[in-house]
Design a protein. Structure first.
Length: 563
């Protein structure tokens, strides 16, 4: 689980993909709630629109009944006709809401639907009275349609002429919310069975599905009192749960929300890339002190870290190049001056022995120059970039024994001791560079030791080490970091008379860096002189090169070979 969270934090693709997935799920849930909310309002409006016309006619009919007895009889007959019990109640006794009271004042029906029981209570105000006519309807069927047409035909019978009937139907069309017209029976193109049903004073319901029209609808036809004319109510559009305009609106809203969500996911990454681009532009203009903010641990954060390391590394390389140039020019002057002096002496000296002596001096200075050039080239190669490492498992005992032989071969009056590990102790390293490290440290110890140097090596907890210690005067704590600076030589215990150019320990330090290790100097616990120790991982597979102390850089090195 921890590794999954770590991967999610580091992977930009995973974060964007999962974020987009969450955005889409949230938008889909929002779209569902939006459609449900809108459709609830649409269904409520549709119920009230359908009920308004029929209950307007019934309220008009009961309004004519003046006496309580007449109203009671009318309620009984209407209830039997509709199949639902009709009642009259005072408006104040129902407890209508402000919106419902407004509908009643506008002569519109109020419908209260109970989704659990699938029952609807329909209310309509009776004219100017403070009463409402209401009933409970469980389902709308043919019986209710027939009752509505009966009330419609009764109302239409109060208008004797064709024009007055047509005017009344136009008025009722506004109340019903759909057309109500007088049509010729022959023009309706009914089948014989439907014509027979009309002649029997039964209403005919025509249904048009989605195959014949874009929106399914029904029309209700009843024979009027006028010959060859029928009253047609409709077409009445059936409720469409997913109308095109609603779907298009929801899709547009969802796309806008997804766009906002995607922008919210991408903007932080875009902003960080813009800051990185600004940093690159500043570096291109020569502002090497530029650094960008590192946020998180993803690819952009690692890129920002690499950029900061790169700028610091470039700055350090430029400074190192300047220091190296100044130091090289200084170091070259002495042997060049001696060579020039010897050449002048050769020109003025006729003695053969003296000329040979001057020639030997010139050869020594030339050899000194060659050594200096070799040291400079080695340091520059290690400093400028990643050298090609020939990784292999190196036996530390064999290495120390080789160094012991080579050191004793120099013929110095110094005792060389080795603390060699078991022959099976190995560490992954480039043997050539590791040999250079121990050789440089041993040569450095020979110059400053009084009588003894000790060379040790081993592996402890997967960390390999080599150390060289001497019984010289040691190095003060304040100067221990300076010995790794190119051309830096101390003027007390390690005087210029000891020789060297101050590059040996710098080379050793850079080799330790490319080994993903570190180099340090302290006091020898047994000889009380200087002790130099290099440590590095004993296994270099998948090595992560540690940050160098000046740049704080982190980079990865792919290693060739298996342990």
């Amino acid at each position: 689980m921890t590794s999954l969270f770590s991967f999610a934090e580091r992977s930009i693709f995973f974060r964007i993909y999962s974020g987009l997935l969450l955005v889409c799920m949230a938008v889909a849930f929002f779209a569902y709630l939006l459609i449900e909310t809108i459709n609830q309002e649409r269904i409520q409006s549709y119920r009230e629109s359908v009920a308004t016309g029929a209950f307007y006619l019934t309220s008009q009919s009961i309004q004519i009944q003046k006496t309580p007895k007449e109203r009671t009889l009318w309620l009984e007959n209407t209830s039997a006709l509709f199949g639902s019990e009709f009642k009259v109640s005072p408006i104040d006794s129902i407890g209508f809401k402000a919106r419902e009271l407004k509908h009643l004042e506008e002569e519109r029906a109020v419908v209260r639907h109970n989704p659990k029981t699938n029952e609807s209570y329909v209310y309509h105000r009776i004219g100017d009275e403070n009463n409402v006519l209401w009933t409970r309807i469980t389902r709308l069927g043919e019986r209710q349609v027939r009752a509505m047409m009966v009330f419609l035909l009764q109302d239409l019978s109060n208008y004797p002429t064709f024009d007055s009937k047509r005017g009344r139907l136009e008025f009722l069309s506004d109340k019903f919310g759909h057309p109500i017209t007088l049509e010729s029976v022959q023009a309706l193109e009914l089948d014989p069975e439907q014509v027979t049903k009309l002649d029997s004073r039964e209403p005919v319901v025509l249904f048009r599905d989605g195959a014949s029209t874009q929106d399914p609808n029904i029309s209700i036809i009843a024979k009027s009192e006028m010959d060859d004319l029928a009253v047609m109510v409709g077409p009445v559009a059936l409720f469409n749960y997913f109308p095109l305009n609603l779907i298009v609106s929801v899709i547009i809203i969802c796309l806008l929300l997804i766009s906002v969500g995607v922008y919210g996911l991408i903007f932080p990454l875009q902003r960080r890339l813009q800051l990185l681009q600004m940093g690159v532009n500043k570096v291109a203009n020569g502002e090497l002190d530029t650094s960008v903010q590192v946020v998180g641990s993803d690819d952009i954060a690692r890129l920002s870290s690499a950029f900061n390391a790169m700028t610091k590394h470039i700055k350090r390389l430029i400074q190192s190049q300047r220091e190296l140039t100044r130091a090289v020019s200084h170091e070259l002057r002495t042997p060049v001056a001696r060579i020039r002096f010897a050449v002048d002496m050769l020109a003025d000296d006729d003695d053969y022995d003296s000329r040979q002596s001057q020639k030997n001096y010139i050869d020594e200075d030339i050899e000194s120059l060659n050594e200096l050039i070799d040291e400079i080239l080695t340091y520059a190669k290690l400093e400028e970039g990643s050298p090609q490492m020939d990784w292999q498992m190196v036996g530390l005992r064999d290495l120390l024994e080789q160094i012991e032989r080579e050191t004793n071969a120099l013929g110095k009056p110094i005792t060389v001791k080795i603390n060699a590990p078991d022959i099976k102790v190995v560490a992954m390293a480039d043997r050539r560079y590791l040999h250079r490290v121990v050789q440089n440290l041993a040569g450095n110890a020979l110059r400053y030791a009084n009588s003894t140097i000790i060379i040790s090596a081993g592996v402890h907890r997967n960390v390999a080490f080599v150390s060289v210690e001497d019984d010289g005067q040691g190095i003060p704590k304040a100067d221990r970091e300076k010995v790794f600076i190119p051309f830096a030589r101390l003027d007390d215990s390690r005087t210029r008379a000891s020789g060297g150019y101050g590059l040996g320990l710098s080379i050793v330090s850079r080799i330790a860096f490319w080994f993903n290790g570190n180099m340090r100097v302290d006091e020898s616990p047994s000889l009380h002189g200087a002790r130099f120790i290099m440590e590095w991982p004993a296994k270099q597979l998948g090595v992560v090169i540690a940050a160098d102390e000046l740049t704080g850089a982190r980079s990865e090195k792919k290693v060739i070979g298996e342990p």
